[in-house]
Design a binder for this molecule. Sequence first.
Ligand code: NDP
Length: 244
Amino acid sequence: MEITFHGKRALVTGAGKGIGRDIAKKLVECGAETYALSRTQADLDTLKSEVPSMHIVLADLQDWDGSRKVIEQLGPIDLLVNNAGVGRNALFMEVKKEELDYVYDINVKSIVNVSQVCAKGMIERGTAGSIVNMSSIASSKALQEHTAYASSKAAVDMITKVMCLELGPHKIRVNAVNPTVVWTEMGKGTWSDPAKSGPLLARIPLNKFVEIEDVVNATLFLLSDKSAMVNGTCMLLEGGLSCS
Ligand code: NDP
């Protein structure tokens, strides 16, 4: 199955590292004019040197007004990947207000903010669009020390469904991708200790975690016309964990 995005303009948030970086690269490979947004200039510089046709965009999504202005200046976007995300792990009784605010600002509120700008353009132009929100298995599975992160991803799933409902009539599809552990900086930060990751791994029938490439493939499928009737889905990428 060949996926091409020639003539399409794409925006990927959190594209400086990890999953977002590889999604942005793959979008360029598939012909999309791609905007890679992140908050660390050095990451964007190396990305630009690896892929000279990539447009790089420096913005901190925690800043609602500032990042909104930056995104408003990008011009039309047809394909949006709300990938930026952060974690702040703590036992429930030790969760701080500042940690909740930080995680919700980036994982939840930025999706609303960025999507409003991009979807407004799609609606005004009358063009179809596709949006993918990066969620997690943590949205539906309680994990120790994941109060802020898991609840933020549960919000991502429901935001995805409401967006699907309200934006569908404008020919804009909205889906989420829900991976289990992926070995990025974030994944290593939380799961490197086998004492923590072992019990989770043992419950996955395929007996492995997710490769970045698996997430890239699922995201590109959902962005593409190959998934034309898929809308409002939270696609599990967890090797069968939910069946165990
Ligand atoms: P990484 O930490 O490797 O990369 C995240 C990227 O997002 C970085 O470039 C980071 O920039 C950027 N980012 C974070 N906050 C902001 C912000 N406020 N403004 C702009 N950019 C920002 O994470 P992953 O690639 O692992 O995760 C990507 C997504 O996948 C997240 O939504 C995550 O929740 C989700 N996910 C990850 C899993 C995993 O195990 N890794 C599992 C399931 C879901 P900087 O480095 O400068 O902070």
